[in-house]
Design a protein. Structure first.
Length: 393
């Protein structure tokens, strides 16, 4: 008679749990185009937006003579391109037509509940949107950590107190604006200046932050399909520089973007938003991704700071942050000698006050002591002065 076979589980039990899927840093190579064109007849019932990665699909849905197609064509034409980054895409959202035409801001708010995006385009000029609505939209974009791109063909908009200059005065740095006065394309009864905005957005948002030296500056960049703005004068360029507006100028037959930092630099805004979102995501994933918990101890804090250091190291790798000398007279924290050494050697410094210094009441809130990070932006060289001394021989 065979002996009984007993299961291993009588002595050893095993339980399996799936690794949780933690949030990823939001993809900055995603653009929303808010359009006045009607919802395509080919969309399914109830469909209010569509995601595109090819121009042909846009033409099928909206028609090749539409403003929507012209703007998408410009975005897709840029090289490098936002579609070249993993997960990059264009979202097109037609504005509601009744009971009255939906505002661009309302359309953006509606889209946020439907699909993820970072850049925002529209098919209207600043004057068509109106001063009140435009400034409210820019303020909203700023509050949502998005970026809005718009172009004006009216030179008065870059003058002091003009529509674009008012954006600068409001410190709405996430709105990137340009002056471009030359007609870009005939069709749809419009000058279609937002073709320029689409080209600019697609080029800027082509950055792959996981790649080495991938961060960029828009100064001197060329835009595919865009010719030099032949309406530029010294007066317009001077006003645009003061207002923080980009222009597309001819420098000795080399046509490229001429930027202004009056409303900060486009790449600086983009990079700062990426870093903030990446640190936030890394911190969240570290806290909630533990199998049991992240202990409220110095070791636990070191684990959290080490995770944040991964993101900071990535910011050095992609070229946003660089080692260097901390500006004289600027504040420091933690141990000053360690602070300055870290900035000099690796470009950043991470510090938190000791857990042992917290009160019992503070410990009971389970809120970690503030983590302070200092870093040096690598910036970009935009201009140079060259002095030559020639000795007579």
């Amino acid at each position: 008679m065979a002996s009984a076979i007993f299961p291993l589980s009588d002595l050893v039990t095993v339980s399996l749990s799936a690794t949780p899927v933690l949030p990823q840093t939001p993809n900055q190579s995603t653009i929303l185009l808010v359009t006045q064109d009607n919802i395509p007849s080919g969309w399914s019932a109830g469909q209010v937006f569509a995601i595109y990665t090819s121009l042909g699909a846009v033409g099928t849905d909206f028609g090749v003579d539409s403003n929507t197609y012209a703007i998408a064509e410009s975005a897709f034409a840029q090289q490098p391109n936002f579609l070249g980054v993993s997960g990059g895409y264009l979202v097109i959202l037609p504005r509601l037509q009744s009971p009255s035409l939906e505002s661009i801001q309302a359309a953006v708010v509606r889209a946020q509940g439907l699909v993820s995006f970072f850049g925002v385009l529209c098919d209207q000029e600043p004057a068509d949107i109106g001063q009140t609505a435009l400034l409210a939209l820019c303020t909203y974009i700023q509050s949502q950590n998005l970026m809005f791109f718009i172009t004006s063909s009216n030179a008065n908009d870059v003058n002091s107190g003009g529509l674009l200059d008012l954006i600068r005065q409001a410190s709405d740095e996430n709105t990137r604006y340009a002056y471009y006065g030359t007609a870009l394309k005939n069709g749809a009864g419009a000058q279609q200046t937002q073709i320029f905005a689409a080209a600019y957005a697609a080029r800027l948002l082509s950055v792959n932050f996981t790649a080495a030296g991938s961060t960029l500056t828009m100064q001197g960049k060329q835009l595919s399909g865009i010719g030099a703005d032949n309406t530029l004068t010294d007066t317009i360029v001077t006003a645009a520089q003061a207002a923080g507006a980009s222009v597309y100028a001819n420098f000795s037959s080399y046509v490229c973007l001429y930027e202004s930092g009056a409303n900060n630099w486009s790449d600086q805004i983009q990079n700062q938003l990426w870093l903030a979102m990446a640190l936030q995501t890394q911190g969240f994933d570290t806290i909630v991704g533990q199998a049991n918990k992240l202990p409220f101890t110095e070791n636990g804090m070191n684990t959290l700071k080490a995770a944040l250091a991964i993101t900071m190291a990535q910011s050095v790798f992609n070229g946003f942050i660089a080692p260097g000398a901390w500006p004289a007279g600027s504040n420091t924290f933690g141990q000053q000698a360690v602070f300055l050494q870290n900035i000099s050697n690796i470009g950043y410094y991470i510090y938190s006050a000791p857990v042992s210094g917290l009160t019992q009441a503070q410990l009971q809130t389970r809120t970690a002591p503030a983590i302070q990070i200092a870093c040096l932006s690598a910036g970009a060289i935009h201009k140079a002065a060259i002095q030559v001394t020639v000795a007579l021989g």
